[in-house]
Design a protein around this ligand. Structure first.
Ligand SMILES: N[C@@H](CCC(=O)N[C@@H](CS)C(=O)NCC(=O)O)C(=O)O
Length: 211
């Protein structure tokens, strides 16, 4: 498989963790989101993903998949072991809800495109943009912290989709100096996940395009 990725993209980081957990070998194709006005806007990449975002996955059958959640669900359906979801249906809904707090309620408000829009089109000061970023992370993390189990992982003893979404969001929060002292469960879950090789190998600083 081939993963179009950017080392700092938290959405691509989710896909990298998922591929590693499923033990699927893949080649990284780096797409630099800032260089040359953003390589994601080049016609070659736009032909792959008309949304001009990473990640995009080329599967072993040559199909192109976009959107990290769709990619992760595809991997789950094609490679069921180890599972990303608990067996119990209620527990599955709970794991999905934790992932959705990040995928639907934190990340879309805080990704590079949204922050750039605040700066360039809405003419906001960097301090206001930082406050916006911190606000939505803290708001989402408060709910995640209240709902997560006490570990070692977000849904208890097994790694689930909730952890796959949490760890990249924590990395971003740290990079943007969001204080995490109010989130002891999140910090402990993040540390437990990063002890696993699949998570560790997916870290931004371990990617071939890391700067
Ligand atoms: N919901 C999408 C979000 C993808 C996304 O926004 N990716 C960002 C990087 S984290 C991106 O490619 N941004 C393009 C840009 O900044 O122009 C997913 O989960 O895959």
């Amino acid at each position: 498989m081939k993963l179009y990725s950017y080392f700092r993209s938290s959405a691509a980081y989710r896909a990298r963790i998922a591929l590693n957990l499923k033990n699927i070998a893949y080649e990284t194709v780096p797409i630099h989101l800032l260089k040359d006005g953003g390589q994601q806007r080049r016609p070659e990449f736009r032909a792959i993903n008309p949304q001009m975002r990473v990640p995009a996955l080329v599967t072993s059958t040559g199909d192109v998949l976009i959107q990290s959640l769709a990619i992760i669900e595809y991997l789950e359906e094609t490679h069921p072991h180890p599972p990303f979801l608990p067996r119990d249906v209620t527990a599955r809904a709970h794991a999905r809800a934790l992932a959705d707090i990040i995928a639907c309620d934190i990340h879309p408000l805080n990704n590079l495109l949204a922050l750039r829009y605040l700066k360039r089109q809405m003419h906001q000061e960097q301090s206001a943009i930082d406050a916006w970023y911190h606000h939505w992370v803290i708001e989402g993390f408060e709910a995640f912290e209240a709902l997560a189990q006490s570990g070692p992982y977000a849904c208890g003893n097994e790694v689930t989709i909730a952890d796959i979404f949490l760890v990249p969001q924590v990395a971003n929060a740290r990079r943007l100096n969001v204080p995490l002292d109010g989130f002891p469960k999140i910090v402990a879950i993040d540390a437990a996940c990063l002890k696993l090789a699949a998570f560790d190998r997916a870290r931004p600083e371990k990617q071939p395009d890391a700067e």
